[in-house]
Design a protein around this ligand. Structure first.
Ligand code: ARG
Length: 460
């Protein structure tokens, strides 16, 4: 038995070295050891409860598995390529520790249902751990926003100055995105929450197993309803990779904003030195590397998602070895997003807004032109289209004179509409403009403060 594959009796000679090397997944799927051992222990308990194996054998198996867990925890386990994957490495070790009793563990199961059970357990836990990090990131956005509800910056569309908004309102737009990202991981947990164990190779089993027991003990809502589906699909892995890719995309947009805002041309924000790197040649440089890493790494997350989708495309029913690479993609997807989130949190914490520059820039580009049009609608009873065109004229006038809208005199304004009085001048004040956006979800300071209260409750 020692040194041989579990299927060696039907085979002449040894597995090719290249197949062993390329076909083995142990270097990747050893990350499943906790899930594999937990699922095996529950499986053994179920077999005992159902009197499929006797309790002396069952207890030996459980004790052996617990010993193996300690060995791996302590980095005291020799993973072997020739045993292919985590499932067979553990089974081989169990034989070493408890002898022939180990042979009873694989009753009424196959590696096909075993691997997908382990993997679902892993994805559930990974989703929860990413969500904890996403909440930390949301909290860092709230904290930064709280200090900046009155910090005025130009809100941009097409990267052109559009309308004044608060830096807080801008930051909290990302809060909403990450809140949905978190929900996406939760939705996936909900969908995958059925236990495949007991589906065996693909057809189920003739033993009188108790799948409800196994499912409940492993923290699943219920057992899966179709044994073929159970061992075949990896939609939950795709959902996980999609949720990861999407969250990485949101992070990438935030990072890109930060790179732009930190540029010398914009000069809206700076970072603490611990979030910057220097240049090996240009002594003056302080570069926003973390933002660039985050911006770029979304490419890796997209790649993992694409690879998984491609592996699944056209795969006939049911289990095939093609599926084995699912784990490397998901583990990499997790690691990449996890790193980006860690760096993202630190980056947000270290952002320092350059308030005076933001204010100066918010006044460039005629950002209160819409407010003027709205004023004409509300106070002078004009249609919005007419007001829009009058306001465009006003912008043309200011542009020609080379001044900002708030630098125009009342006389000049009267050229646009003779009924205007002093009252109109407040319209070109940035703070007034920002605080007039009181519609639900708008940038008015009072609104944003109210949202911050709500967000604090949500992230408690
Ligand atoms: N290491 C395999 C995987 O990850 C386990 C399942 C193997 N099953 C099989 N019939 N070869 O997919």
């Amino acid at each position: 038995m020692k040194n041989k594959t579990v299927w060696s009796n039907r085979f002449k000679g040894e597995t090719s070295i290249s197949l062993q090397k390329i076909g083995s997944s142990i270097n990747v799927d050893k990350r499943l050891y906790e899930q594999d051992i937990a699922a095996s222990i529950i499986h053994a308990k179920m077999l005992m409860k159902q009197k499929i194996i006797n309790s002396s054998i069952g207890n030996k198996i459980i004790n052996g598995l617990k010993k193996i867990k300690i060995q791996i925890d302590k980095d005291n386990f020799n993973f072997q390529e020739k045993y292919e994957d985590i499932h067979l490495n553990i089974e081989k070790k169990l034989f070493e520790i408890i002898g022939p009793a180990a042979g009873y563990l694989h009753t009424a199961r196959s590696r096909n249902d075993q691997v997908v059970t382990d993997f679902k357990l892993w994805v559930k836990q990974a989703s929860k751990s990413l969500n904890k990090k996403i909440i930390l990131l949301m909290k860092s956005l709230i904290k930064k926003a709280e200090k900046n509800t009155g910090t005025i910056m130009p809100g941009l569309t097409h990267l052109k100055n559009a309308q004044p908004v608060s830096f807080a309102h801008y930051l909290l737009s990302y809060y909403e995105m990450f809140k949905r990202d978190k929900q996406r991981f939760e939705n996936n947990i909900d969908l995958l929450n059925e236990c495949p164990l007991g589906s065996a190779a693909l057809s189920g089993t003739s033993y009188k197993i108790d799948r409800k027991y196994t499912a409940t003990k492993l923290g699943f809502k219920k057992p899966t309803d179709n044994s073929i589906d159970s061992v075949s699909d990896r939609d939950f892995a795709i959902d996980f990779l999609y949720a990861s890719a999407l969250s990485a995309m949101h992070l990438s947009r935030l990072a890109e904003d930060f790179v732009i805002y930190n540029s010398d041309a914009f000069n809206f924000i700076s970072f603490e030195d611990n979030m910057l790197t220097g240049s090996s040649i240009m002594p003056q440089k302080k570069n926003p590397d973390p933002a660039e890493i985050i911006r770029g790494r979304v490419g890796l997350n997209y790649g993992y998602l694409n690879s998984m989708l491609t592996i699944m495309k056209g795969l006939p029913m049911s289990y095939f070895k093609d599926l084995q690479d699912d784990k490397e993609l998901v583990f990499n997807g997790f690691d990449t997003l996890n790193d980006s989130l860690t760096l993202g949190i630190e980056l947000i914490n270290s952002v320092k807004p350059n308030k005076s520059q933001m204010l100066v820039m918010a006044n460039q580009g005629f950002t209160t032109a819409t407010d003027f049009a709205d004023y004409l609608v509300k106070e002078k009873n004009l249609s919005f289209r007419e007001s829009h065109s009058l306001s465009a004229k006003l912008v043309g006038l200011a542009e020609k004179k080379g001044v900002t809208l708030n630098e125009l005199s009342l006389q000049e304004l009267k050229k646009i509409n003779k009924n205007l009085d002093r009252d109109v001048l407040k319209i070109f004040d940035l703070k007034n403009s920002m605080n007039s956006k009181k519609s639900y979800g708008g940038t008015a300071e009072a609104n944003v403060k109210m949202m911050i209260k709500k967000y604090k409750k949500e992230t408690k």
